[in-house]
Design a protein around this ligand. Structure first.
Ligand code: ATP
Ligand code: MG
Length: 468
């Protein structure tokens, strides 16, 4: 390893130590006389973090001169760790910066994450307990654990650092993010879904939202275990999917729509040809006979976009037995409904809405986006004859996610689509530790679709639809 001339950096690091001492002095002078213990600890932690980050920045910079990056990228993980450690030791020794060994290890680990990974995001990405990572600005990072958002102690050095990580993510999928193109959707190599938005659109610096991809998908047994549905509901749902009902899964952001869709898809028999259409492929079907399609955003010149609508139309020419649409958002709603009404039943889709009624209204709006100018009543008629079941999901105040309604569409009454409730979750307040109290109830109505199930030889005990 060849040591580059580094007098400039030397100066920087020496002056860093001076600054640390100076800052400690300043702090003593400017500290307000009374601080709460928590505040003191937080301040102390921040100060240590800032000092550490400063040191990391300097060592990182020096290392870049010292190491051959392209060679590093190709080296094995252990060779890389070794090179990094040697480099860091050299720099610290030369500059006479004593550092306890745990700190030294942390320095090596974080620099490795900067060089090869996504910096401060790495520990969050590798923590299986975290679902979502939300970066509001360089020093404000939230994570979702067990359905609850909580602040994280992770921080970036500054907004420029955060932007650098965002650029790295975007360039990883061949996209660019800058002032002229300040929003980007991307995916991490592990499949996690990423959205980034930067100034001037984001006012307080770059913002980043990550929905982590879990390699082990949630199964129907998990949903029952989490209390998202009951075993009886699972059995009924399986019958509905087998009987090729068209099912719409409605829910708010992060309410578990994609997860539920994936679980319902697992009920599709293995010999049926499935085509999935998504903006960002998240579904993990276990069947073999699956063709996965993904939309494409326009390129930098604004060309080459392939929309969900294009893909639905194309899918219809691929002899599908099932079409699974990740999320209906626009004009593809019309093509989807038409397909469902012309023999392509058994389709599944999610929609962003707060109630089954809201889901139907939104669907209507989306159909109008297709630009056919259908009269309202005709659109509603299409919807009511195409869709059999609407499921509503929600994330409740204690962070749990549940199926809170299942409605069957029964037809039209005048201009209105009529629905009947088959299942619901009856919320009965909160326990002392703020957990949701409640129970699932069956309305007792025998669904109309039972006839269809019976016609297909799918026998469900009628007790599934009675309240126990
Ligand atoms: N019933 C559940 N219990 C616990 N966690 C769940 C449940 N359903 C989904 N999750 C987790 O919640 C997160 C959000 O789920 P999912 O991606 O399915 O939501 P979504 O409604 O599709 O979100 P978006 O609106 O962002 O597309 C995921 O990390 C998922 O693993
Ligand atoms: Mg989703």
């Amino acid at each position: 390893m060849e040591m580059a001339s580094a007098s400039l950096e030397e100066e920087i690091i020496m002056s860093l130590l001076d600054r640390i001492r100076q800052r400690q002095g300043e702090e003593q002078m400017t500290q307000p006389p009374i601080l709460g213990q928590d505040q003191k600890q937080e301040r102390e932690r921040q100060r240590k973090d800032d000092t550490f980050n400063e040191l990391k920045g300097k060592v990182h910079l020096k290392l870049l001169n010292l190491l051959d990056l392209s060679r590093l990228m190709e080296a094995s993980e252990s060779a890389l760790q070794e090179d990094l450690r040697r480099g860091v030791e050299m720099i610290l020794a030369e500059d006479k910066i004593p550092l306890p060994s745990p700190e030294k290890e942390r320095l090596c680990r974080e620099i490795r994450n900067e060089l090869l990974g996504y910096g401060p995001l790495e520990p969050l990405l590798s923590d299986p307990g975290i679902n979502d990572i939300l970066v509001n600005s360089y020093d404000r990072v939230y994570v979702e654990r067990r359905g609850k958002l909580e602040p994280s102690a992770i921080r970036f050095t500054d907004n420029a650092h955060l932007l650098k990580i965002i650029e790295k993510i975007a360039s990883g999928v061949g996209r660019r993010i800058d002032e002229s193109c300040p929003m980007v959707d991307a995916r991490l190599p592990d499949g996690s879904r990423v959205n980034a938005i930067i100034p001037p659109l984001a006012l307080d610096g770059p913002a980043l939202s990550i929905r982590k991809f879990s390699r082990i998908p949630i199964t129907v047994a998990d949903l029952i275990g989490f209390g998202a549905i009951t075993a009886e509901m699972a059995e009924a749902l399986q019958g509905m999917v087998r009987a090729r009902l068209n099912i719409l899964i409605s829910g708010g952001t992060g309410s578990g729509k994609t997860t539920f869709l994936n679980v319902l898809s697992s009920f599709i028999p293995y010999d049926e040809r499935i085509i999935t259409i998504e903006d960002s492929a998240e579904l993990q079907l276990q069947q073999d006979h699956v063709v996965r399609l993904e939309t494409r955003p326009p390129n930098l010149e604004g060309q080459g976009e392939v929309t969900q609508r294009d893909l639905v139309r194309n899918a219809l020419r691929m002899r599908p037995e099932r079409i699974i649409l990740g999320e209906v958002r626009g004009g593809e709603a019309l093509d989807m409904l038409q397909a469902m009404n012309t023999g392509h039943d058994g389709s599944l889709a999610t929609i962003h809405a707060n109630s089954p009624r809201d889901a139907l209204t939104r669907l209507e709006t989306m159909v109008s986006m297709a630009g056919l100018n259908l009269p309202d009543k005709a659109t509603r008629h299409q919807i009511s004859s195409a869709i059999h079941v609407v499921i509503q999901l929600a994330r409740l105040s204690d962070g749990t996610r549940k199926m809170i309604n299942l409605y069957e569409i029964v037809g039209m009454e005048g201009d209105m689509i009529t629905m009947q409730e088959i299942y619901s979750f009856n919320l009965m307040g909160l326990t002392e530790d703020r957990k949701v109290k409640g129970r699932f109830i069956a309305s007792g109505i025998r669904p109309k679709f039972m006839k269809r199930l019976e016609g297909m030889g799918i026998a469900l005990p009628s007790s599934l639809f009675q309240d126990s």
